[in-house]
Design a protein around this ligand. Structure first.
Ligand SMILES: [Ca+2]
Length: 417
């Protein structure tokens, strides 16, 4: 029990006056890999993330702590590794196991910030828990909002392939899509952005930590048709199944766990056409999220606070999308552990890219450092300020980027879907 481990968090009052404090806009995508224009992908269009990149630093080698929503998100919000939080699955026991932990949002609250979220920051069953608190931690926020859009309220229109199609509660682990002619704001993620935009307007004169938690591109891949139209199906290709199987020949059994015996598990009952259709839909949801990021940046500009706001864009883990015949995540390969991470901070580098390995674990200490908040605690990451100042600085030798440790411990524990 974590209760036996005493963790001291001493959060000192910030030294900056309220008017000088930097705001934080914390933007999270769910299951988003780096198949993005801003990361050089030849197809996926991300004009708004491109715009954010021009104002900040793109981290080319950013990795999650564990390639699963719950453990990764808990790690980000506590600043502790999954084997420290003991959240290694999508369980809802973060506070139960870590009663005294001070989360990222709590640290801001203790230092005079308004802390609020809309959508998924801690784990939510996606889409089953959309519109609820999910696995939230109330102590993290002053306010919380749970928008729900047509992707959830009209999910009977979603086309799904393969296993799990008979059960509504399995929609989040099936390959499924829908491209209704609709407005962005008819969808949950559009509503998440709208709520954060509203809060930006309301709170522009006080320091805020606002967290926008988007549910895309997690399956089911649902977005307005205009985003699907960006990716004609005849231009969507998949790795040949034989090639994918050969790609696994030198992979040790532990790396696939129980999936090895069932390979190609994720393609069971799925035709290549259906896989291409889902890949098209995944690309569409990537661009849909990108557009919402654009709306958030527009709101900062409209309220004239872009220059006093730190923006962090991240995803909880990556996604295979067909490589090695795998589709989702939960493995220690590059495709499911590497994440997009872009940080724009006043006074720091702009329009640059860093090739240094960093972890999502670093976000908590980075934000504390940038906001002038002193934290003495068991935060296990390190501040990325040196890289935000000089993106390829030779510092950070102490970077303890060894996320594979946790995944290997967990292989065989995960359910095999
Ligand atoms: Ca996720």
């Amino acid at each position: 029990m974590k209760g036996l481990v005493i963790i001291f968090h001493l959060v000192a009052l910030g030294t900056l006056a309220s008017s000088e404090k930097l705001n934080v806009l914390f933007i999270c995508a769910d299951d988003m890999n780096v198949d993005l224009g801003v990361y050089g992908h030849p197809q996926v269009k991300t004009p708004h993330l491109d715009r954010l990149a021009q104002r900040g630093v793109v981290f080319e080698r950013a990795y999650c702590q564990q390639s699963l929503c719950g453990p990764s998100r808990t790690s980000v919000m506590t600043g502790l590794r999954p084997d420290e939080t003991e959240i290694l699955t999508n369980s809802n026991k973060m506070r139960e196991i870590n009663p005294d932990v001070i989360t990222l949002g709590q640290a801001f609250r203790l230092n005079g910030y308004f802390s609020a979220r809309a959508g998924k920051i801690y784990h939510y069953g996606n889409p089953s828990m959309i519109g609820t608190d999910g696995h939230d931690d109330p102590q993290t926020w002053d306010k919380k909002y749970n928008p729900i859009g047509m992707d959830r309220t009209q999910q009977e229109y979603i086309t799904r392939y393969g296993r799990g199609r008979q059960k509504d509660n399995n929609l989040g682990i099936s390959m499924a899509w829908w491209d209704p002619v609709s407005k962005d704001t008819d969808h949950t993620d559009g509503k998440v952005a709208s709520k954060i935009i509203e809060l930006i307007g309301q709170k522009k004169d006080e320091p805020f930590f606002l967290a926008a938690g988007f549910f895309n591109p997690h399956c089911p891949y649902v977005a307005p048709k205009k985003y699907f139209d960006l990716y004609p199906l005849d231009q969507i290709t998949m790795q040949d199944v034989g090639e994918a199987k050969r790609d696994l020949e030198d992979v040790p059994p532990i790396a696939l766990g129980r999936d090895l015996a069932n390979w190609p598990y994720y393609f069971a009952d799925i035709t290549m056409y259906q896989a291409r259709k889902c890949k098209q839909a995944y690309f569409a949801t990537q661009s849909f999220v990108d557009a919402q990021v654009g709306r958030l940046m527009d709101a900062l500009e409209k309220n004239n606070i872009f220059d006093k706001t730190i923006i962090v864009f991240w995803s909880d883990h990556g996604y295979f999308l067909g490589e090695k015949g795998l589709w989702y995540k939960r493995k220690a390969f590059e495709r499911s552990t590497r994440v997009p991470l872009i940080i724009s901070a006043p006074g720091m580098a702009k329009g640059e890219r860093s090739n240094k390995p960093v972890e999502l674990l670093d976000l908590y200490p980075t934000l504390m450092d940038l906001c002038g908040i002193s934290v003495s605690s068991r935060l296990q990451g390190k501040s990325l300020r040196p890289l935000l100042s000089d993106p390829n600085a030779e510092k950070l030798d102490e970077a303890s980027c060894h996320p594979g440790m946790v995944w290997q411990r967990c292989l065989g524990v995960f359910p095999a879907y």
